[in-house]
Ligand binder design. Structure first.
Ligand code: LIP
Length: 263
């Protein structure tokens, strides 16, 4: 296991890079959406600029590091000794539509083990961080998942908009989640939904298809906050670069979701 001091140095470098990149997001103008796999899967010059900045700064902090990123098909070896998993702007559709609810997400792993994570929401100046075995924090203050039953919480749902074959199942799941909880929310950023669970704001988050960069950082933050983060069927997440469903919540809400909501 890497020395704690070295992990803390790497996390500090991630945070510094995200804060520098946040200025790009906050001062963006003339945002033009380009379609990738479909009209709902968009990218902007800012996604690319933020990713390039993060790669530059993290390469300076960790020479020889490898990267697995959403944009530009930068998919290096997931078993690398030093690897950063980057979603430069998670919630790009929100960014394009100026919904002011997106984040910059970076996770760090070594030989396939997730060790550090930071998710920065520049619109509300919130920084979620975690180190493996060190707990989860919001702006430096410890956070914990909500221990309440699902029925006493709000559930964040993703609509897997890049995979319309899942639309029917997604909305059936959302109706079941609504009936089993206080209410549902579709906020548009998987990583911020995961952080909402970690902070005890949302009781659960579920989505039927997201990518590794949409959940890697949030997974560590949720689990270090005492939560569970699995596939929707309860099996372990793949962490192999393939798309996957995700279910994140506190232990009681997770059991309730699997019993009352899962299809
Ligand atoms: C998005 C997620 C969102 C999900 C979308 C997409 P992006 O990430 O945050 O929850 O529904 O399919 O994956 O593409 O904006 O970085």
């Amino acid at each position: 296991m890497m020395e704690k001091s070295e992990l803390e140095r790497i996390l500090a470098a991630i945070v510094a890079a995200e804060k520098e990149a946040a200025e790009l997001v906050l001062h963006a103008h003339g945002i033009l959406a380009e379609c990738k796999s479909g009209h709902r899967d968009v990218v902007t010059e800012y996604d690319r600029r933020v990713q390039e900045l993060l790669i530059r700064r993290l390469s300076e902090a960790c020479p020889g590091a490898r990267f697995f990123c959403e944009e530009n098909d930068r998919h290096d070896d997931l078993q690398a000794e030093h690897l950063f998993i980057i979603d430069p702007i998670d919630g790009t559709m929100n960014f394009v539509r100026r919904m002011n609810h997106s984040c910059i997400s970076v996770a760090y792993q070594s030989r396939g083990e997730l060790l550090a994570a930071a998710v920065c929401n520049p619109y509300v100046d919130e920084l979620f961080t975690a180190l493996k075995g060190g707990g989860a924090f919001l702006n430096g203050r410890p956070i914990q998942v909500d221990p309440a039953p699902l029925s006493e919480t709000i559930v964040c749902c993703g609509t897997a908009p890049y995979n319309e074959a899942l639309t029917g199942r997604t909305f059936a799941l959302m109706e079941r989640a609504y009936r089993a909880s206080l209410d549902i929310r579709r906020q548009g950023s998987a990583e911020l939904d995961l952080c909402s669970v970690a902070a005890g704001r949302a009781g659960a988050y579920c989505e039927l298809s997201i990518s590794l960069w949409d959940y890697a950082a949030g997974y560590l933050i949720v689990t270090e906050a005492g939560g569970l983060c699995t596939r929707e069927d309860g099996s372990p997440l793949p962490f192999d670069g393939s798309k996957t469903s995700v279910l994140a919540s506190g232990p009681q809400a997770w059991a309730d979701f699997r019993e009352q909501v899962s299809l």
